[in-house]
Design a protein around this ligand. Structure first.
Ligand SMILES: Nc1nc2c(ncn2[C@@H]2O[C@H](COP(=O)(O)OP(=O)(O)OP(=O)(O)O)[C@@H](O)[C@H]2O)c(=O)[nH]1
Ligand SMILES: [Mg+2]
Length: 1001
């Protein structure tokens, strides 16, 4: 990188309103000049710079990222920025590091709110802007405008953008005049002059070459320069004359071959400006010729010939007219060349840019007492001069600005060093080695040379070199671990980088939170702070699903705060961790990052149901999850053994079991066998999904199951059912003075998943008498929780039938009696506190369990018969008809050899089996017979509460009147009716459809 002359460097960013095509444009620049990282065929579709999963999923850019391009002998650092309002902080960080900006405007949508915002950002940061009018194709294909209408529209947009710029200019002008009138003079004055003298010329003028018209999707674009060059030869005019004439009210008089004004042409309204006649019309012709069915290929040929294009015949033969069009257009008016030649021509190199931007970056400080520390002052002035000149000599002071920190997974870092040596990325000098994320600084070098391994001072925005010792906390010394050239997601290690370049620096993770100035000397002013146009206003409190994960969450929040320039993490007065983001999309991304990358604890299972007992002393939280079907099956099938095991608490049963447990030689130990079956069942659950998930996940699953199996408290309903109550996972220590009811893993002990231990006398840990009694109280509530769980699992929320295959975690927090000192009052309110509380807890647990099930989209589980049918061939039809009416699922059908009989295997729901054999006999004249055996329980996949909600569902089912018969709902209602439970039945479903029932008298 060092060999490039600074004059051959351009640092540019692409700015625009959301979806105006920044990333698509970047794709084409990368495909042409990105050193082969992107195939031209994929340009515009891949969205190379949107490498985060979330960006691809949502199809919007969420962060600014840089890529180094090689255009002819120029080195161009291109920064793509997001357009969404929520991420406008990323625009600020991109703008700070760039010297020029490509401001995109969608030709159809025109100037939008964010266009204003980015223009302002560019203006504040003193960037030189260029205007790119994108999506010209939409004017032709979507709006179907005529070239003249399109011209008017484009002209309006250019005018509007110029209007915005001139407003900023005059705003500045006025404030400068104000400050002069206010009598301020001296050194500030000469800066102002620069602006006061600034002419009122439009910023964007096509003939200056800083406006281009492009279609990023199809990969073409042009400035009027391209056409001026071409027509100069054809019309025999000078390029400069044509440049002036090709935009604005200039007309070509074919008779005199003169360029004339509106008056000179005559011909009334028919006259077209030269831009329309010479630029837009040929374009429109090509589009129409290519896209219209069996369009006129002659026009295409003409263009190909007159512009001397070499297009592979294969491309022209392509059946897809769009592909032909792209092929012709991208060769005729290649997008990347148009854009980058404009960049090189119109945007400043770092030397020019820094001299322009210095007043913004390092504003002159007014030093009141300059007698003191004059040498420091002189040196700081030297540093400023060196930044202004973009001095890249090795003696020059080294100054860089870090505009944001970003996290990359450690495994994404290059494994090879500069000379091919293997880097050990896991010993991170940056100090962030504790996680598998590594922090890089997104920085621009403004003066001197930065080398990896160099030691620099990190200056915070509050640093003042004149204040010496008192400023210690605002300055740190750090070692730069390595420097990288950014290639989108990729990083290319470099040994050193000179002034005027944009790099990523590793090793500053511990020293910089969001942004900072780096300098080789302490006698340097920090760069002025960046301006953010919104503030983080959307705030949410965050907590881990499991209180034990608090430490991990806090660490995650710290990392997130670091990695996102805009997020704010605070602790509220109530001790909640509050995350502030710019908007909803931003917040969602933050939470996702937190979940997947930084904390990994906010699992989706954080949705628990909370109930409080009526007296408010006990808070109950219930979480429910589905057990793997294999495990449920094992629990169901081993109910007898489990029953023996659980009930055999006393007497000889336990002894005999104990004997069995020790006599391993027997091999047929039923408990060991059961234990193995349970473990196998959980394993099969892990294995079933392992084809898609990586080893890491399945390992995690295994560990999770290992832990869960150690926490089985009881089974339910009636002690031996297929549902599990797990003991709470937390340690029992809570922030306030409440105490958690811990329970004990009785079943796990009996199954031998945990050794029988004293389980630590909790009460003895309690420090005071008061808490001691609270612990005792908590212990006494255990049985209420178990009873609540048993009740809940015995009668589920759908139709009061037993639940099937669920695991519950019930956390009950009991808090001390409030106002205990006031004995009389309390006892007055609760004459019998214990008796009532246990009952309250039981009901609350039951309610919470049922509510948790309802919230998690329950499904009905029904028993299935396995059915074997034998039917003569001629009755196959009627037999299938019977099976279909009974919701049967056919498994297999087979001809019995040597007989005219067919054997059919099917599953028939038990609920549908009444009268099944009868009906079968009737329909097949008694020729077929059926054998039914109870096989298994099966969940009905239908949602009993299905109501069309999404757009597609609404389209398919309308308002719900045409939803097909919901079997699950039907069954539930039938059972509820039988049990005398309330049924949500509407007598009139759709009033309009019942009209015919009205009696007309
Ligand atoms: N018709 C047409 N569509 C385009 C053109 N350029 C981009 N698009 C489409 O516009 C949409 C947005 O493009 P992006 O490049 O993701 O826009 P962006 O400006 O990067 O969006 P953000 O980064 O989210 O602000 C995509 O669906 C593109 O295919 C164009 O020239 N013509
Ligand atoms: Mg984008």
């Amino acid at each position: 990188m060092g060999e490039f002359d600074r004059k051959k460097i351009r640092n540019i960013c692409i700015l625009a309103h959301v979806d105006h095509g920044k990333t698509t444009l970047a794709d084409h620049l990368i495909a042409s000049y990105g050193g082969g990282v992107l195939h031209p065929k994929q340009a515009g579709r891949l969205r190379f710079m949107d490498y985060l999963d979330e960006e691809q999923r949502r199809a919007i850019t969420m962060k600014s990222s840089s890529i180094a391009l090689q255009y002819k002998d120029h080195s161009i650092n291109l920064i793509d920025s997001p357009g969404h309002m929520d991420f406008c902080s990323e625009v600020s960080t991109a703008a700070r590091l760039s010297d020029g900006a490509l401001v995109l405007v969608d030709a159809v949508e025109g100037v939008h709110i964010q266009t204003h915002a980015v223009l302002r950002q560019a203006w504040i940061e003193k960037l030189t802007p260029c205007l790119v009018l994108n999506k010209i194709d939409r004017l032709i294909c979507e709006l179907k405008l005529s070239p003249m209408e399109a011209y008017n529209r484009l002209q309006r947009i250019v005018h509007e953008v110029n209007g915005i710029m001139s407003a900023y200019k005059s705003e500045k002008y006025l404030s400068d005049v104000d400050s002069i009138l206010a009598g301020r003079s001296g050194e500030v004055g000469d800066e102002n002059l620069e602006f006061i003298e600034d002419d009122e010329e439009d910023t964007f003028q096509p003939h200056k070459g800083n406006v281009v018209f492009v279609c990023a999707l199809d990969g073409w674009g042009f400035g009027i320069g391209e056409f001026a060059g071409f027509y100069a030869l054809k019309l025999g005019a000078s390029v400069s004359a044509l440049l002036k004439a090709l935009w604005g009210p200039r007309y070509f008089n074919p008779k005199t071959k003169m360029i004339v004004g509106k008056k000179g042409i005559g011909g009334g309204n028919k006259a077209r400006p030269m831009f329309v006649q010479f630029v837009l019309e040929p374009l429109w012709q090509v589009y129409e010729a290519a896209l219209e069915a069996y369009g006129d290929r002659v026009v295409l040929e003409k263009v190909i010939k007159s512009f001397n294009l070499s297009i592979p015949p294969r491309d022209l033969q392509n059946k897809d007219p769009k592909a032909v069009l792209q092929s012709v257009m991208s060769r005729w008016l290649p997008l990347a060349d148009t854009i980058l030649s404009m960049v090189v021509k119109c945007l400043p190199d770092p030397i020019v840019a820094q001299s322009l931007r210095i007043t913004r970056l390092l504003p002159k400080r007014e030093v009141i007492n300059d007698a003191i520390e004059s040498d420091v002052l002189a040196e700081a002035e030297l540093v400023r001069k060196s930044v202004e000149a973009c001095d890249s000599s090795s003696e020059a002071p080294c100054v860089a600005f870090v505009s944001k920190m970003f996290a990359v997974p450690l495994k994404m870092l290059p494994q090879m060093g500069l000379h091919g040596e293997v880097l050990n990325n896991f010993t991170d000098y940056g100090g962030d080695g504790e996680s598998d994320e590594c922090f890089l600084a997104f920085a621009r070098i403004f003066s001197g040379v930065l080398c990896s391994g160099q030691r620099v001072f990190v200056l915070s925005a509050l640093y003042d070199p004149l204040k010496g010792e008192s400023m210690q906390k605002h300055v740190q010394e750090a070692e730069l671990h390595s420097l990288y050239l950014m290639m989108g997601q990729g990083l290319k290690p470099v040994a050193s980088a000179k002034a005027g370049n944009v790099v990523a620096i590793r090793g500053l993770g511990q020293h910089i939170l969001k942004s900072a100035t780096l300098s080789s000397t302490k006698s340097c002013w920090p760069f002025s702070s960046m301006v953010f146009q919104v503030s983080p206003t959307l705030k949410v409190a965050i907590e881990p699903s499991d209180p034990a994960d608090m430490a991990a969450l806090m660490k995650g929040l710290r990392l997130l705060n670091h990695a996102d320039p805009f997020v704010e993490v605070t602790v509220s007065s109530r001790g909640e961790h509050v995350l502030a983001a710019a908007g909803e999309v931003h917040l969602e991304r933050c939470i996702k990052d937190l979940k997947d990358r930084f904390a990994k604890v906010l699992s989706g299972s954080s949705e628990y149901i909370e109930r409080v007992t009526p007296n408010g002393r006990c808070v109950i939280r219930v979480q429910v999850m589905k057990l793997p079907p294999a495990l449920t099956k094992v629990l169901d099938e081993s109910s007898v053994l489990l029953g023996d095991l659980i009930r055999g608490k006393s007497g000889h049963m336990e002894k005999s079991l104990e004997c069995q447990r020790t006599s391993i030689v027997e091999g047929e130990n039923p408990i060991e066998a059961l234990k193995k079956r349970i473990i196998d069942a959980t394993e099969s659950d892990i294995m079933s999904g392992s084809s898609e998930i990586d080893k890491d996940r399945s390992e995690k699953c295994r560990i999770l199951w290992e832990r869960l199996l150690k926490r089985i408290w009881v089974l339910g309903p009636r002690q031996v059912g297929p549902n599990i109550l797990l003991t709470p996972n937390s340690t029992g220590k809570t922030t306030d003075c409440s105490v958690i009811v811990r329970g004990s893993p009785c079943v796990s002990e009996r199954l031998g998943f945990v050794s029988v231990s004293s389980n630590g006398d909790v009460a003895s840990e309690a420090s005071s008498v008061e808490t001691h009694s609270l612990y005792q109280e908590a212990e006494s509530l255990e049985s209420s929780i178990v009873s609540g769980f048993q009740l809940a699992t015995a009668a589920g929320p759908l139709c009061e039938e037993p639940m099937w295959g669920l695991a519950f975690v019930v956390e009950a927090y009991i808090s001390p009696l409030v106002g205990q000192s006031n004995e009389s009052e309390t006892s007055h309110q609760q004459p019998e506190p214990y008796g009532i509380l246990t009952g309250q807890v039981m009901t609350a647990v039951k309610d919470a369990c049922r509510a948790a099930v309802l919230q998690n989209k329950p499904r009905l589980v029904e028993a299935m018969y396995f059915c074997e049918l034998n039917t003569p061939t001629e009755y196959l039809g009627p037999m299938y008809a019977v099976l279909a009416r009974r919701r049967a699922r056919v498994l297999k059908e087979e001809m019995q050899e040597g007989s005219p009989l067919f054997t059919v295997h099917a599953y028939v729901p038990v609920a549908e089996s009444f009268g099944f054999a009868d009906e079968l006999r009737r329909w097949t004249s008694g020729a077929s017979s059926a054998l039914l055996v109870l096989s298994h329980w099966e969940a009905l996949p239908e949602d009993p509460f299905f109501v069309p909600k999404t757009e597609e569902e609404l389209e398919e089912f309308g308002d719900g009147s045409s939803v097909l018969h919901n079997t699950a709902r039907k069954l539930i209602d039938a059972v509820r009716r039988r049990k005398g439970l309330p049924v949500e039945d509407k007598v009139v479903q759709h009033a309009t459809k019942q009209r015919t029932l009205a009696r007309k008298v």
